[in-house]
Every structure is written in structure tokens, then in C-alpha cells.
Design a protein. Sequence first.
Length: 274
Amino acid sequence: MPRYKLTIEYAGTRYSGWQIQPNARTVQGELERALRTVAARGRLETYGSGRTDAGVHALAQIAHVDVASPLPTDTLVVRTNAALPHDINVLAAERVPPRFHARHSAVARSYLYQIARRRTAFAKPFVWWIREPLDVDRMRDGASRLVGLADFRGFTDADPDEQSTKVLIDAITIAPAGDLLLIRVVGSHFLWRMVRRLVGVLAHVGRGELDPGAVLTHAAADTGLAARLTAPASGLFLERVFYDPPPPAWPLVPAGFGVATDSLRPGTADRHDG
């Protein structure tokens, strides 16, 4: 049975996350419904590279699906998109070997978080507006303490007795982009709510309310601070999923239609090259 790798973008605002849940509208549920229409099959399963929470977006979520009848990839994309709601879009499809697995074959992932530095009438679903000035140098100092292999039990609600809370962070990049402050986090994998709590703590550092040197302490211990500072889902995007080691750097640019690079006026921003 042919296996297809799908690259999908979506605005997560209207969905209860990626993963199928009973009595909830999810991205995976909508995708499988559309694929069943295309494949004329009552039953099929998709497997994603990872879960995104309610309200979180994706620029390039990866999923795989086995389809009984081979289809040209262009046909699969066009027909699936025709059956999907407007805020979910399949960007590409490719045939892959049966051993390929969207989640288990991945070696790294990157998330992008967008902080708005002014009030906006247009981009609210895709940013977190912070009123106070943020000291970017302090934030970068705090972020540097988190790079490497560390225990992030303080940045998640996952039970450390049930799963390891150690995560390898490859890089954290923080850069202004007009009225936005962009934060990219690259790592082997991420724990539930980890990136949003990491961003919330770094924003706390940027406001001058936490010493940069204390960031790792709050990551490694459940002090309760990170949970209280969890950043909103609206600003978070699953940016890229890597099946080969990620490059050392690539352009950091805003995400989402309606978010321009030099301001938050309506417009179409250039997005990542993945």
C-alpha cells in the first residue's frame, strides 16, 4: 500500500489541537475526513510528526498516510484541499518508503513564537501582545542557559515518573522584526506546553522581573513560576520538522498572512523556506 508524506499548514485558532479527540474538532480529524473522501475509503489513519495544542498553528506539520489506490501526488494535494476547510492546507505530498514514519523518523523540530510589541487590530490570532518594553539582550542571555541537554520538568505538566523530561535544545534564536519579536526554538522534541512556558519565562526576563541566570533553575524544578507565565497559544507555530540534522541557521521571518515584516499592517509576509 503506497505511503504518502504530507506537508500541512494550518491556523489552529478554531481547533482543539492536532490530535483526534472525542467530541472536539481537530486538525487531524478534518484531514482524515478529507482523505477518506479522496481515497473513497471508510477507514484510514494519519500519523503526525507531533501534537500541537488547541490554538497552536503550523507552517509545516508533517503527517503520513497509507492509501490503497496509488494517486499522483499533485492529484492527492488538489483533491484533499478541495475537501478541507479554509484554514487547513496541504502544501505538498510525496511518496515515501513504507519504513518512513512522520514522528519516529524525525530528528529535530523547530517552533516559532511571535510577540507583538504594539497593539494590533489584524494579527491577534497569530501573536502575543506584550505592553511592556522587553530587553532583548537579557532574553538572549536567559535563552543561552537553556541550550543543550537539560531537565525541563518545570516547563511541562508531563509526569516525570511517566516519561523523561530531559530535552536537547539545539538553539534558541531571538530577533526583532519590525513590530514583532520572533523566538525560534530548535530541539530534538518538546514536552507538553514546554515552548509556551519557555517563552513566558523569557518574556519575564525581558521585563526585568527575573534574572537570566535563574531560568534554568525554574526549568529543572517545578517551582510553579513557568506554569503561571505560560504564553498564549496564539503566537506559537510548529515551524519545521527535520528528517536530517537541521542547518545551523536559516532566515527567521514572521509567519502568517496579515503579519508584515516591517509592521503589523495587513499583508503577506515571506515565510520560512521549509
